[in-house]
Design a protein around this ligand. Structure first.
Ligand code: FAD
Length: 500
């Protein structure tokens, strides 16, 4: 058996399934999960060489996929490829998806149908995809284009961490949202657009669309509850006794030079308070989390308007090509995935295909290696990072200095580091056991970095940085991969790497 299994859920796909199975088999093991077909799909798939399972009657695509996941894990699969049985996905793209999965092992890989920006997609479907995609991006914190594509690679770790609870078409949405919540990345491979299914989609807008929307709304409410709680905590934080005492001390330091002139002293105090208040509010306004909240709030309040516009449009006969297009402008302005993506910490760019030639090889995926690889790839170079250890791996050192923050900003990983929940520290204390002397200080305000930093278990911090680097277009992560030998010649360098 190959280290991956391709799972194909089918319901009455006798016309296409044998050909799809035969072509998928060229790239590894294939399992067909027959969801109550009555047209002989199961026997056609078995005759073509697939391992066939059956659900207990018609249970829906989600149940068929869930059954396939369990069986594939039981067979020891390290990755599960899913594709639809209606011919809309090309099995010959499986190697490209697997290559992307090897490059970003802790990611769900999606075969995206949006290489042409959606031009070859049914316009109504594209609009639904944009709205659902907006909320999925918001919930996952990742910029994913084709959130509804069923052509995917799930690493074993994702399927072990996320056991789906939803059926039907909501399963695919649920897998993305929960995989991201469990710390997995989502990456896309742009596929040649324009492949069409052999029959109309079985997606029932009312039933399936409602199930997906209900799921997203439930998750969205949870997210808003957490965001509101974090805003409330941020509003209260400046008034905690520690912060209050510290600010008070600074205010008196600031005003002390004017203490012999009552008017100047009072003015200095007032100026200090105004400056601090303005800086706090400015910090909140610019905070990436606040930016994301503003974009998501607009989309959330625009949902009823979208429902009204969609209903009005269908009453006006827009489907037949007549009447104004009310929905597209609203989606563009209120559900702009681009605006949301600009605020997201993690830009999930499509994974580039790669050969074995690179402009740069970075040996070691520690903080230095992952940072270097990210910046070099942003400069347009094709970079391979070889890391001999499987992360997370233990590493000594745990304390970050505040001056590290602008580097995390430039890498675009700060929000992810913040979200991880590392311990925040506002200063440091040194203690010499022999002399019992100690020294404590607080990080200063007014620097080009914030007056705090993080205490990080390095295993986790280094993993975040390396995953972030591996997600950059142009970076290929080889891991575990030990660089054993390098030979330089006039054309470059040849490197011996022992993988696995
Ligand atoms: C006792 C001690 C305490 C410290 N405390 C702190 C602290 O509190 N705060 C702080 O910021 N820093 C601290 N440091 C420093 C910090 O650990 C280093 O600055 C940091 O790890 C350097 O990162 P790096 O990426 O250069 O190297 P590393 O993190 O060591 O990464 C190098 C990577 O290269 C890989 N590698 C090596 N050879 C090969 C090969 N041939 N092929 C493939 N991969 C290979 C290794 O597996 C490793 O993952 C401390 C260091 C020590 C020794």
């Amino acid at each position: 058996m190959s280290d991956h299994v391709t799972v194909i859920p089918v319901f009455d796909e006798a016309a296409t399934i044998a050909d799809i199975v035969a072509r998928a088999l060229a790239h590894g093991s294939v399992m067909v999960v027959d969801d109550g077909s009555t047209d002989g799909s199961a026997s056609a798939a078995a005759a073509a060489g697939a391992h066939v399972l059956r659900t207990a009657g018609r249970r829906g695509k989600g149940a068929a996929l869930a059954l396939g996941f369990v069986e594939a894990l039981g067979l020891g699969a390290q990755r599960v490829v899913t594709l639809d049985g209606d011919g809309q996905h090309d099995p010959d793209d499986i190697p490209r998806l697997l290559a992307a999965s090897a490059a970003v092992p802790r990611a769900v890989i999606i075969g995206s149908r949006l290489a042409d920006g959606g031009a070859s997609m049914n316009p109504a479907r594209l609009q639904a995809l944009r709205v659902a995609g907006f909320f999925i991006d918001w919930l996952t914190g990742q910029d994913v284009g084709d959130t509804q594509s069923g052509f995917r690679v799930y690493p074993r770790a994702v399927l072990e961490a996320v056991v789906p609870r939803r059926g039907g078409f909501a399963l695919e949405t649920e897998m993305l949202v929960r995989a991201a919540a469990a710390g997995f990345a989502i990456r896309e491979v742009l596929l040649s657009p324009g492949r069409v299914a052999s029959r109309p989609s079985r997606f029932r807008p009312l039933r399936d669309g409602t199930a997906v929307t209900a799921y997203l709304m439930a998750r969205g409410l949870g997210r808003w509850a957490r965001d509101v709680a974090s805003v409330a905590a941020a509003l209260v934080r400046p008034f905690t006794p520690d912060r209050f005492r510290k600010r008070h001390r600074e205010m008196h330091q600031f005003a002390t030079p004017y203490r012999y002139n009552h008017a100047a002293y009072a003015t200095a105090m007032g100026a200090f308070v105004l400056d601090r208040t303005a800086r706090t509010w400015e910090g909140w306004w610019r905070d990436p989390r606040a930016r994301i909240m503003r974009v998501a709030a607009l989309a959330t309040v625009a949902l009823p308007a979208l429902a009204v516009a969609a209903t009005a449009q269908s009453l006006l006969g827009r489907r037949e090509g007549a009447g104004p297009d009310l929905v597209s402008p609203l989606i563009r302005s209120a559900f702009s995935r681009e605006r949301l993506a600009a605020a997201l910490p993690e830009r999930a760019q499509p994974v580039a295909d790669h050969g074995t030639d690179y402009d740069v090889l970075v040996i070691g995926g520690g903080p230095a290696g992952s940072t270097t690889a990210t910046f070099l790839a942003r400069g347009g170079l094709r970079v391979a990072v070889a890391e001999r250890e499987v992360f997370p791996r233990f590493h000594v050192g745990e304390s970050l200095l505040p001056a590290m923050m602008p580097v995390l900003d430039r890498l675009g990983v700060r929000e992810r580091v913040e979200r991880h929940g590392f311990l925040i520290k506002y200063g440091a204390a040194f203690h010499d056991e022999e002399s019992d002397l100690g020294y404590r200080f607080y990080f200063r305000e007014g620097k080009p970095w914030p007056p705090y930093s993080y205490e990080v278990p390095r295993a986790e911090f280094d993993r975040i940085l390396l995953e972030h680097a591996a997600g950059q277009p142009g970076v290929t992560l080889l891991q575990p991969a030990l660089v054993e030998q390098i030979q330089f010649d006039t054309t470059g360098a040849t490197v011996d790497v022992r993988e696995g």
